[in-house]
Ligand binder design. Structure first.
Ligand code: EPU
Length: 419
């Protein structure tokens, strides 16, 4: 299993570019199943979760060609197997994103239920009940969801019990081919939802309100091919800003969308970092002085992203004072805490809140990644820890960060991969 060896203590300086967003590329790839014509996607990050989704599309009968560094050409001329097998779903929960498109296009879907997850229960009950309201018959057996709508789906009003990102995306993809109008209320407002809506619009769908909590979709008979460029990865960009901040560095993230980073930028400013936008698509963090501790609570967009909570907590170990970090989205997203504590962090967890006392001297240790964002948090801590930290099981990081060691090394970090 691959590991990172990181020598701490280097101030990061320079420019690093953001890749396309994993969490926007995943639904975009699933959306390719909605048309028999070719869809050309640019800026698709070459990360493990994307490869998993690509193999799932091939399993359904789509042909897929990778071109250049980040372009993918998908052609789902016929759906041969309207299914997502357990072997795929167990490695990537976002596989449930094919549920809506398959029922809408093929009239049926056989999709494995995701099992437990390191960060929380993460059920897909809201995807299923939404599809039921659109007229699909849903049954569950042998660990699989069987959805069927042989005569097509029918538009309706769906009110989500709680905000779900992939649930909103899944139902939006189902509703674009349903008969009549669908209204999704209490919908997720994440930029990735908007990006998916923009792709679907290019494919001929009729959607208004994406980016607000009410999305209206008027079904069409068929969608056609399209060409689309995926939005920048705000979580990757945010991780680089936090890497600059934690090392007292001067880092500019290029090819990103500052508007998507509002909550993080506000918190970094509160901590005492200087944040500027030197040009369009660029955000620069300068962290020359002392960092102040600040409280933070994760929320749905435009609140502070849960996907940056673990990395922000690493930063708080280097800020003066006490910080309260509250996780409201997932019930178990503090797996990084014990590993940070092994490196010398002073963190106590009480329910959904972590209390971090800083500033502490971090020292190198052998640590283990438990999930994608927890691994990014350990890498950030390692960048300031004294000595050489060994970060084990970096396959978690490879699920969502493209060439992370190359990008960090470009900023001056001493990081190498070994197996
Ligand atoms: N939930 C339900 N029932 C459902 C769906 C969700 O109870 O049917 C609950 C979840 O258990 C959770 C909350 O609702 O407590 C929000 O979950 P959501 O459905 O929004 O999460 P997701 O769509 O499964 C996406 C991202 C995650 C990100 C969350 C929250 C993708 C592929 N994944 O997951 O990204 O943390 O939204 O913003 O878009 C990551 O990239 O590391 C990652 C975990």
């Amino acid at each position: 299993m691959d590991k990172f060896l990181i020598d701490g203590g280097v101030r990061l300086v320079g420019e690093v570019s953001a890749s396309g967003a994993k969490n926007a590329a995943l639904p975009a790839l699933a959306a390719c199943l909605l048309t028999s014509e070719e869809v050309l996607l640019h800026r698709v990050p070459r990360v493990r979760d994307i490869r998993t989704m690509q193999s799932l599309l091939v399993h359904t009968g789509a042909s897929l060609v990778e071109e250049g560094e980040s372009t993918v050409r998908v052609h789902a001329a016929d759906i041969v197997a309207a299914e997502a097998p357990y072997e795929v779903v167990k490695t990537m929960r976002a596989s449930s994103l094919v549920l809506g498109p398959l029922v809408a296009r093929a009239g049926k879907a056989h999709v494995s239920m995701p099992g437990g997850c390191a960060i929380g229960a993460r059920p897909i009950n809201l995807h299923m009940s939404g599809l039921e309201q659109l007229g699909a018959v849903i049954t569950q057996s042998h660990g699989y969801v069987e959805a069927s709508a042989p005569n097509g789906l029918k538009g309706t009003n769906v009110l989500f019990d709680r905000i779900t990102v992939t649930g909103t995306e899944d139902l939006m993809m189902a509703a674009v081919l349903a008969k009549g109008e669908t209204i999704l209320d209490n919908a997720a407002r994440e930029p990735e939802v908007v990006d998916l809506a923009n792709l679907l619009l290019k494919m001929g769908a009729r959607i208004t309100g994406a980016g607000t909590s009410q999305i209206k979709i008027t079904g069409v008979d068929r969608l056609h091919g399209a060409e689309h460029s995926i939005i920048p990865d705000r979580i990757e960009a945010g991780t680089f800003l936090l890497a600059g901040a934690i090392t007292g560095g001067d880092v500019t993230v290029t090819d990103c969308e500052p508007e998507h980073l509002g909550a993080l930028i506000a918190k970094l400013r509160e901590c005492g970092c200087q944040i500027t936008e030197p040009a369009s698509g660029k955000v620069r963090v300068c962290a020359s002085g002392k960092l102040r501790s600040v409280d933070m609570k994760t929320e749905e967009h435009p609140g502070f992203a849960t996907d940056l909570q673990a990395q922000f907590m690493a930063l708080m170990t280097q800020a003066e004072g006490i910080s309260f970090v509250t996780e409201t989205i997932f019930e178990n997203r503090f797996m990084h805490v014990l590993e940070l504590v092994r490196m010398g962090a002073n963190i106590r967890v009480e329910g959904r809140q972590a209390i971090i006392a800083g500033k502490v001297h971090l020292s190198s240790a052998q640590v283990i990644c438990s999930d994608l964002r927890a691994s990014a948090s350990l890498v950030l801590a390692a960048l300031v820890a004294e000595g050489t930290t060994i970060v084990d099981r970096v396959y978690h990081m490879d699920r969502g960060y493209e060439q992370i060691e190359k990008k960090l090394a470009g900023l001056g970090a001493s990081i190498r991969r070994s197996n």
